[in-house]
Structure formats: C-alpha cells, structure tokens
Design a protein around this ligand. Structure first.
Ligand SMILES: Cc1ncc(C[n+]2csc(CCOP(=O)(O)OP(=O)(O)O)c2C)c(N)n1
Ligand SMILES: [Mg+2]
Length: 597
C-alpha cells in the first residue's frame, strides 16, 4: 500500500472518524486515502479554522484531534490553531505534506529553505511535543504509533508528521500497528503515602477549598471531584479552563477564580487554610498575577497539588503535599481513604451559611447590569438572557473579550465539556470554527458560539463549512463596532481609542451588514437591538436547528466587573505620558478597571 494509505490505516485503527484540514497538492494523497477508509475529511476555507475545529472536536468528544494540511502556507495558516490546542493540552496529530524528498536540496516550489532544506516543520518545534520529517516511507511503521502515543500520553499535546509528497505515494510493506504499541493501562495513581498525607491535611482543615483545572476535564474526573467535595463538604473553585468540571449550580460551587473570576471564588480561595489543587498549573489569569491580596495567599494557605505532569507541581507555589498522578484515579484513592472520616474542625453549617451570603451578595452585585435596559445592550444582560434561554447541557464556545471573560464569570455550566475556550492563547477568532468542531462532536447538543465582531470577521469563512456539512451552530455575535477589549485599554490608560474602532474615514461606525452577509452565506439570521426583544430572539435562535447568526448590538463601554487583579495595570497606568519622579503606586490597579483580553 502507499504511505498515505498506511497512515489512513493507522488512523482507522486509532478510531479516527474525522480528519480536519484543507487540501493542497502535497497532502491530497492522504485526503483521498481517508475517503477510501471511510474517514470524513472536514474541509475548511482556512487551515487555522480547521485546527480550531479539530481542537474543539477533541474537547467535547475526547477523541483525538487530527489535522491534515498542505506544506508551508497551509502550515503557517494552521499554526495559530495548533498552538491554541497545544497550549490547552489537546492531543493533536498534525500531518502535513512537503515537497518531494528527492528535490529537497534544490529548494523546490513552496519549500521553506532559509536555514535548512524543506524545513517548514521547524516552525512547529516550539509548539509541538515532537516533529518528525519522514523522508523514507518505511519509517512510517514506527513513526505513526510513536506519534499517536506521544500526542495522547503524558501531558497531551500536538505532534507533527511532516511527509514529503512522494513518500505519501511510495509503497510500504508493513503492518499498521498502533493501539497495541501503547500502554493499555496508562493512568498512574499517585503514591499512597502522598494520598495519606493529603487525607490528613484535609481532615484537619477548617477552611479547605478544592481548586480544579483543565486536568480534571482531561482525566474525566468530574464524578470523583463531586464525590470528594460532597463527602468532605469542601467548596470547589475552578480555573477558566476547568469551568464545567464541577456543576456551578451546586451549593459547594464557587465559580471561577482570578482576574475575571467571581468574587465568591476569590474571597473563598484567599482565606482557605488548605487548597487541594487538581490538574492546574496555577496560571496567571486564574491567580490574579499571583498577587496574594486577590486570589491565593500561599503561604499561609497550605497546598496539596495533584497533577499528572511533575513539572506543574510547585511551579508557582510551594506545596505541602505534591502528588504526581492521574486526577481521576488519584481522587478515587483519596475518596476511599476519606470515606467514613469526618473533618476534625468542620463547622460546615456556619461555612455554608457564609458561602450562601457571599453568593447572594455577588448576585446582587451583578443584577443591575444583568437587567440593564440600555441600548446598545449590556453584555451582562445578553449573558443573563442566554442563561435563561439555553438548555442546561448547552455547549458554549467562546472567543475573547466579554464573550469569554464575562461568560466565564457569569454563565453557569453544569457539565464537563460545556465551556470551550482558548485558555492558554486567548486566540481571537477561535470560536466560530471551534463551535463547528464541537457540534460535529456532539450533534445532539446545542452548541452556542459567543463571539465579538472583531473575532467573527477575522474567521468569517468558517460559516461555509457549517453550511456545506449542515452543522447547525448558533453564533451569537456581540456587535459593538470595535475591538472593545483593547479600546478600553486605550481609553483607560492612553486616553484615546486609536486603532481599535471600526469606522469609515468620516468617523461613522462601520461593519458589514451582518444580515445581508448571513443571507449571502445561506444562513438564517436575526438582529436584536432592543433588550426587551432579546429573550424571544434567543429562544427562537436556540430552537432553530440550522446554522444561525444572531447579531446583538452590544455596548462597547462597559468593562468587566473586576474581582481579581492583573499587574499590567500597574505600569500601563501612566500611558505614554512624560516620565516623572513620582514613585509608582504599589496597588495602582485598585483605582482603575483591569482591561479584559
Ligand atoms: C489573534 C489575536 N489577536 C489579537 C488579540 C488581542 N485582543 C484581545 S481582545 C481583542 C478584541 C476583540 O474584539 P471583538 O472580537 O470585537 O470583541 P470585543 O472586545 O469587542 O468584545 C483583541 C484584538 C488576541 N487575543 N488574539
Ligand atoms: Mg467588538
């Protein structure tokens, strides 16, 4: 069989049913091999979108993301999508074409050859766990299983297999063996000594908090997380990426932490005596730039950290107990050790009353914006109406801006895999295609893309794939005629909005007519400018089982309610004004809104 057929055979063995990408003469052999193997090729009009869709497809289905693209320009287009996936630990196999191997030394058409021949794979080195260039078809027999392993084991991530196009067409005489060359029991339980220490610390804690990250979702440990929280009556906060790992309607749920977290979460994590962190690297945004006055005060809080990647343990904060292990299996052991035990100093009644008081205060803080009747519509009002209209298991796919940080803070997600966001890269333009990948992964669920006008227009071509494949995604467009997130940085710190607004030369607001645009794409659409019409419009859009664009005219001038802290505000505060000798304020950010990004 040909190299391309061999690769498709390996993918088939792996259970792959979808490959995302875009065609080129260098990768067409594999597209055809996929067709012959009954593997669907989900084609996008731009490789970045294909990569975002593959990424979200994994996040919802937990099936390997596979991307197949053309050489150099296809690869550079895909790069943003691949790095967004890799940053959030999505296992992604990228297979690209290359110039024919026999021509590498002659710098053939479309090769990148500045420092080495046909070296476009080098562009992927900083973002991939490994890059293979397969110049001999017989190497595929080992490269394929190794690449599939590497993407999916340890800390999951992206790998690249770079295949000269003549290698796709060369004949290989080998048997495809992939799954049998992988650990059949890949999950490692943390050490029992560590689990015993963790149990002791939790039992003696007066104000413990669980802090759950993306690792809980990757390990599918949500059931265990809930069981442990309920067993020990421990409140649970999550990272933005971990949102949905614990049901946010639950009495013990605190919501997300950090710069744009809930006040309930930040107040409660800050005062915790013991923090059980699971599957999180304590990222900056989730930890308010690690400023102890805002989200985590470690020490004095004592940390138990469970992570499958030893590098994450103690990376930011010192740990009292650091356990290397799979979240699900390690939590299962911890639960067994704690079953029948009672926390020594637990006054869970008083603590739950305090938690309830905080939740009510936080809800009261939001209510004015959520019921705001202004035109354009307040984004918090849009999110509140959306919460009412959407089914409980709806999958939200966010972009950047209010639609990400506001949604992270104010939407309640009760199931794993219902909040999909580019956490590590915060990639503007992620969500429109990612929502398509999410819907392909979960055809029976409602998938709602939340996106600003800036993000939407940067990847508009995604809509064509939804129509071509009849993928009924709902895109909710926050149209405010600007990059409002960055506009607020400009106006707050630099006293201008230069380069952030969408206007004609005479200053009038400009965007394409989104209703005409939807029509031209053969997509149903509606426009809402009146807050009072929002509920009904959302209901109708959610009910529609077709690709649907709902444009909502939103306010551009409302910063996110800041409950945490981002230290960039400390040095942005002077804008580009003249330097002076005034000593800088240590907590300048207290007086100003933190920008969103
Ligand atoms: C690819 C990319 N480019 C730039 C940014 C920086 N950035 C963060 S938010 C934002 C503006 C987003 O505008 P829009 O989609 O209209 O949403 P809004 O801020 O108006 O809610 C930009 C440019 C980014 N995160 N990603
Ligand atoms: Mg905008």
């Amino acid at each position: 069989m040909t190299g391309a057929m061999f690769i498709a055979e390996c993918l088939k063995q792996e259970g792959v049913t979808k490959v995302f990408g875009q065609c080129g003469h260098t990768n067409y052999a594999l597209i055809d091999a996929c067709r012959l193997h009954g593997i669907e090729y989900v084609s996008f009009r731009h490789e970045q979108m294909a990569a975002h869709a593959a990424d979200a497809y994994f996040r919802v289905s937990h099936k390997l993301a596979v991307l197949n693209v053309h050489l150099s320009p296809g690869m550079t287009n895909a790069l943003t999508g691949v790095v967004s996936a890799a940053a959030d630990c999505t296992p992604m196999l990228v297979i690209c074409g290359n110039t024919p191997a026999y021509n590498h030394a002659r710098e053939p058409h479309q090769g990148i050859r500045f420092h080495a021949d046909a070296s476009q794979g080098d562009i992927y080195r900083p973002i991939c766990k490994r890059v293979w260039r397969v110049d001999d078809v017989n190497l595929l027999a080992d490269v394929m299983p190794r690449a599939l392993n590497l993407a999916q084991t340890g800390r999951p991530g992206a790998v690249l297999i770079d295949v000269p196009m003549d290698v796709f067409s060369a004949h290989i005489n080998a048997e495809a063996v992939t799954v049998a060359r992988r650990p059949s029991h890949g999950r490692a339980v943390g050490s029992s000594a560590g689990i015993a220490e963790a149990a002791c610390l939790l039992l003696a804690a007066a104000k413990p908090v669980i802090f759950a990250g993306n690792g809980v979702l990757l390990s599918e440990a949500s059931e265990e997380l809930k069981e442990l929280a309920e067993l020990m009556q421990i409140p649970v906060a999550t990272t933005l990426m971990g949102k949905g790992a614990f049901p946010e309607q639950h009495a013990l749920a605190l919501g997300t932490t950090g710069i744009w977290g809930t006040r309930v979460a930040n107040e409660t994590t800050k005062e915790a005596d013991v923090i059980l962190a699971i599957g999180t690297g304590f990222g900056e945004a989730d930890c308010s730039s690690w400023n102890p006055a805002y989200t985590f005060a470690i020490p004095p809080s004592r940390v138990i950290q469970i992570d499958s990647d030893p590098q994450e343990i103690g990376k930011i904060y010192p740990v009292e107990v650091g356990i290397v292990g799979d979240a699900r299996d390690t939590l299962r052991e911890l639960i067994e050790r704690l079953r029948g035990e009672k926390r020594l100093t637990a006054d869970s009644g008083a603590r739950m009353r305090e938690l309830d008081r905080r939740k009510q205060a936080w809800n009261a803080e939001l209510v004015a914006s959520q019921s705001n009747d202004d035109r354009p519509i307040h984004p918090a009002r849009l999110l509140a109406e959306l919460s009412k209209a959407a089914p409980a298991d709806a999958i939200y796919v966010t972009d950047v801006g209010w639609n990400k940080n506001g949604a992270g803070q104010q939407l309640k997600c009760s199931k794993p895999g219902t909040f999909i966001t580019a956490g590590g890269m915060a990639t503007m333009g992620f969500s429109p295609a990612a929502a398509i990948g999410a819907k392909i992964a979960a055809p029976d669920r409602k998938v709602i893309c939340l996106v600003g006008d800036g993000g939407f227009l940067s990847v508009l071509g995604a809509l064509t794939t939804a129509v071509e494949l009849d993928v009924p995604v709902l895109w909710v467009l926050f149209n405010n005629f600007c990059f409002s997130t960055i506009r607020s940085v400009g106006s707050k710190y630099f006293k201008n909005t230069y380069g952030t607004e969408f206007t004609k030369p005479d200053g009038t607001p400009y965007n394409p007519d989104f209703m005409l645009l939807a029509k031209s794409f053969a997509i149903e659409s509606a426009l809402v400018a009146e807050p009072s019409e929002l509920g009904a419009a959302l209901e109708k859009a959610i009910k529609a089982d077709v690709p649907y664009l709902l444009e909502v005219r939103t306010r551009a001038d409302v910063p996110m309610p800041r409950t945490g802290y981002w230290d960039i505000a400390d040095f942005l505060v002077g804008g580009n004004g003249p330097a002076d000798d005034t000593p800088s304020q240590s907590h300048a950010a207290d007086e100003i809104e933190t920008p969103v990004a």
